[in-house]
Design a protein around this ligand. Structure first.
Ligand code: SF4
Length: 352
């Protein structure tokens, strides 16, 4: 007789308020060398990221270039194959699926519910396509609607993002950077997704246009109940849009916390250093303590430092830091940090 269980594997589960949950996510890129292309190591681009994003919330993911934040977003939307880990997603019918190792044919249906807004509004739109073709393309690919219905839907989407429906037959070059970003947002909304990852979505725009587009994203979130993963290197920007923030360093989360807490009292030295770059008015000169700017470059993910991977750049490092690897641990019910000395350090935020 077979020892196989009477039922199949248990269905994936996550809390009722969670839309997407990433568990132990890894993405390694193999390094090959020699005439026979021998596997000699891996670039550990993402090395065990675990995070939950609640329905209707905006989770900001921050870190320097090379920290792995964009790779996490691409993995969550399965733009890359996953090396290891789970990506649980709550579908519109409330069922939970693990998309981490889904085949491309199964992913196609999922992609209606998960969309991405790209960094560069200049290169992410095909210059040979009209707005009707660009924004309507996801509908055509998924076979949604007749030509007339697609035209109506694109006109509606243009007005939803604050552009005139008469622009249907225009090409992207006729629009400013901020307007092109809105075209990208309209395209992302075409299939009524529940989850949108915005990768440096406003970083290429000047401050006032970026602020307008952030306001638009917030309005759309309220109107359509969207959940966002908002990726940026700019902590000042993420403060205005995020409910919670995750800080990434060298392929791992080093701190997660509600936005207010992280800006008032960071617990990881890397978070504190990132905040040193956020301009803050101090007309009365009350800031007696000086924040320490970030020194040096992010380490090589193919050959990460021993112990705490941040130790070569950390102004608070002690002997233990170069030998013992800190775990990401819960320090309060809603805060996690990866530092041996989080409780002992008195770090400075950007708010009093
Ligand atoms: Fe700095 Fe040590 Fe904390 Fe790492 S574990 S962040 S090196 S104090």
């Amino acid at each position: 007789m077979s020892d196989a269980p009477a039922h199949g594997p248990a269905a994936p589960a996550m809390p009722d308020d969670t839309l997407i949950s990433v568990r132990g996510l890894k993405k390694y890129f193999p390094i090959h060398a020699g005439w026979n292309r021998r596997h000699v190591g891996d670039v550990k681009a993402i090395d065990g990221v675990t995070l939950d994003i609640k329905k209707g919330e905006t989770f900001g993911l921050v870190g320097e270039s090379g920290s792995g934040k964009s790779t996490v977003a691409r993995l969550m939307l399965r733009a890359y194959p996953v090396t290891d880990g789970q990506i649980l997603f709550r579908r519109a019918d409330n069922s939970i699926v693990d998309i981490s190792h889904m085949r491309e044919s199964e992913l196609r249906a999922m992609r209606r519910e998960m969309q991405m807004i790209f960094q560069d509004p200049y290169s992410s739109l095909n210059p040979r396509m009209t707005l009707l073709e660009l924004i309507g393309e996801p509908l055509v690919i998924h076979g949604v609607g007749t030509q007339a219905e697609i035209r109506d839907r694109v006109a509606e989407l243009l007005s939803v993002v604050g552009l005139r429906p008469e622009y249907l037959q225009r090409y992207p070059h006729a629009f400013s950077g901020g307007q092109r970003q809105r075209i990208g947002i309209a395209r992302a909304l075409a299939l009524n997704p529940s989850f949108i990852a915005a990768d440096e979505a406003v970083s290429a725009l000047d401050v006032s246009v970026a602020a307008q587009n952030i306001n638009l994203l917030q309005d759309l979130q309220e109107k359509f109940g969207l959940t966002y993963l908002f990726i940026t290197h700019d902590l000042g920007m993420v403060e205005h849009i995020s409910d919670r923030i995750g800080v990434m360093y060298l392929g791992r989360l080093v701190e997660t916390a509600p936005t207010d807490d992280i800006f008032t009292k960071p617990l990881h030295p890397y978070t504190e250093a990132l905040m040193a770059a956020v301009p803050q008015p101090d007309p009365k000169g009350n800031r007696a303590r000086k924040r320490v700017p970030l020194k040096g470059e992010i380490a090589n993910a193919a050959n990460p430092p021993s112990g705490c991977t941040f130790h070569p750049r950390c102004p608070y490092a002690e002997a233990k830091c170069s030998t013992d690897e800190p775990e990401l641990r819960m320090v309060t019910p809603n805060r996690q940090v990866r530092c041996h000395f989080a409780e002992k350090l008195d770090l400075i935020g950007v708010r009093q």
